[in-house]
Each structure stands twice: as structure tokens, then as C-alpha cells.
Design a protein around this ligand. Sequence first.
Ligand SMILES: [Fe+2]
Ligand SMILES: [Fe+2]
Length: 289
Amino acid sequence: MNVNNSVAASAHWRIEDIDFSAANTRISVEDPVMLWLAAASSFIESASDIYTVNLVEYFDDDEEISGWLASHWESEELQHGRALRAYVEAAWPEFDWEAAFKAFLVDYSKLCSVEVLGPTHTLELASRCVIETGTSTLYRAIRDATQDPALRQVADHIQRDEVRHYKYFYNFFRRYNAKGGTSRWAIAKILLARVQEIRDSDTICALSHIRDGCIDSTGDAVPHVGGQHGLPDAVEMHKLITARLRHHYPLNAAAKMLLAPLALPAPARNLASGVINAAARTSLVWSLL
Ligand SMILES: [Fe+2]
Ligand SMILES: [Fe+2]
């Protein structure tokens, strides 16, 4: 893939063109779960530069990949963070985004280190395909699930970017994988490990700081947020988000994207896709994502 063909960073859509005045300012009462998810996503996207430094360093012997990461991928991910932040601040002015994000960064930066990147370039690129599968399908689900026109617009822009990121990482992966030396089993193991990591780390970390930000200095919940019934803990918030998105999640697209790096022959691919779909119906996958 020719990086020069990529859309100049962030030139394809602009935050200024999104109508944030259309944001539902009652979403913290009417659909707080969706608001938590938008806020958590705004934190993770806004911290992309921490991860980019590690990735660029990791791929510093590959000019094409490190160049794309530094000059395109990073700026687009940071734009996602700014757009989501602008949405959260428009829809939820009671929430002190800046203070909660600062606290989040202290914990999140500990999760991002060169050591957690894949053992080889091939396997790290397979991992990145999992991450971009997760983000592209998540924003697609947000777009389809929300009734807030401003959030729908933001999520639609972002999901298109994330699909494109997936395609870049997938093509980089294929270039490295063609050199040989990486078994299908090793790729399968790293894909599964990355899916499991998604559950444990970033989102729960972000949600715990959103929860902290929902409590004012007297220990009371910020007005409206979480309702009168108190705020669940971060793990419970995550479960509520999963339940909220469940019927909107594009499972077939996720299965297809996750399985692509394995380059399975058609019968095995169909079988694996069937297993993923069956597992999702029994909540196995949803306990992982
Ligand atoms: Fe993103
Ligand atoms: Fe991305």
C-alpha cells in the first residue's frame, strides 16, 4: 500500500463541521451508559500519543510504518479524542473533562510501555489489527445505537477512519508475514491474547476515572449523572455498556476482520466464523470484549 495515497491527516473531515449544538444535553439522564462510553473513548483516543511514541520506536527500522504512524495515524487518533471531548463537553457540561482526564493519564501511562508490544513485528501488526477491529466495530455500534445526532455524526466519522487504519495495519502485517517464520498458531494465540487484554485494561481504567469524575468534593454524584440510584463501579459500568450495545454490535464484520490475519482456507474460515458467532450468542465473546 502506498502511504502517499492516504488521505492527508485529518483533511477528510473537520471537527468544526460537526454540529455539536445538536447534542442531547439530557443524555446524562436519558442514556447515561452511552455517555460513559463516549467519555471513556474520548480519554483513550486523547492519550493516543503515549502509545504512538512506543509504536514508532518499535518500528523505527521500518520507515514506511513509523512514518505513517507518526504523520497520519497519530493525528487522526488525537482528532478522534478532540471530537469526542467536544461532544462530551457539549452534552454533559457538569463533567470536568480536563480534571478527570489528567487523573486517567497517570494510570493509563503505566499500561503503555514498549514491553507490552508484540514479540515480533509480524505479531504486533496482527495485534494492531485486533485493536482497529475493536475500535471500528465499537464506533459503528455507537453510531447505530445512539439517538443523539451529534454523537452519531462523530461516531460515523471515526468508524470510517478506524476501518482505514485496520486496512493499513493488515497490509503491513501481510508484508511481514510473507517473509515467513510465523506459524498460524502463533498468530491465533496473539489475536486471542489481545482480545482478552481489551477487556482488562484500557476501558476499565477510563471508566474508573469517569466514575471518580462523577463525584464532587462532598462525595455526592454530579447532578443527574448515574441517576438517583448511585453510580456502579467501573466493572459494572462496562457490563452496562456491553448490554446497551449488544444488539447493535456488527459481529459478522468483527469476525471477518479478526480472522483475516490467519488467512484460513474458506472451509476453516467459515467454521471459525460460525464458532465466533455461536460463542457470541452464548455471551462468550461479549464477556471478552
Ligand atoms: Fe481512534
Ligand atoms: Fe485507529
